[in-house]
Design a protein around this ligand. Sequence first.
Ligand code: 13P
Length: 315
Amino acid sequence: MPYTKDDDKKYQEELKHKIAELKKEKNAVILAHNYQRESVQDIADIVGDSLQLARSAAKVNADIIEFCGVQFMAESASILNPDKKVLLPVKEAGCPLADMISPEKLMALKSEHPDAAVVCYVNSSAEVKAESDVACTSSNAIEVVQSLPNQKIIFVPDENLGKYVQSQVPQKKLINWKGFCPTHIRLSEEEVIRAKREHPQAEFLAHPECNPEVLKLADQVCSTGGMFKYARQSPSKEFIIGTESGMLYRLQKENPDKKFYLPSEHLVCANMKLITLGWVAHSLEFEIEEVRVPEAIRLKAKKSLDKMLEITYGK
Ligand code: 13P
């Protein structure tokens, strides 16, 4: 019999059912980043931005944390909650930005600037976090930098976020690493101008990983979590969304009377999209791929993450 779309739908329903059963049987909780596929967001217990997920991961009381995101996010969950088994459904779901700095390169930079504090974006490895004073996400980077007594700050690895923070905290001197997110830097000024021309009433919300020329065109620069909050509260009815395509699903679902547009077809993170319902079911069934950080590194990396959570949420 030829394959039909209905079969596909049926298969998806079977997978959803299997995941629900496995979750119960294994006492697992599913966390998903805002960039995940719609089908994966639908089966998650919590969908959020990097900061919300790190905070949730630290408090999870289940035996297994099934992390539908990329490697550094699952690693952070394991660092913060080491007694839980943290699973990343697809081992290859990495973050090219996080791979742009190594602990050795960071140590070399630190020795050139011994008076600087080190702030690492959470999009970094556990080893880099272990060499940093404090971590940050796109939603608290300004607050974290402002909270430090040092005038000089080494900021790794995202240069666009570092430059944006510098523009908001001019009293500090940021030494920015030249890393970038391959998805966000693909969004061009021309694409945003075209989208604004096509939707003249729309507000443009941009993620701080976008290029500075793009950020100059933004009505609001915010994290993915910040975009949900802003879109909900704003009286505007239309928004151009300058970040990964996965955001549009929940924005539209939560704001049915508003319209959301993606300014470029290139805003797709291939790593985030590696995770499918099939891989989630497989991962839960066989309890793979487990993410664990060697204890000596974990303890040092945890200090950076704990300090970030303390600055943002208090003790
Ligand atoms: P948020 O912290 O805004 O969710 O961003 C995560 C990320 O990896 C952006 O590329």
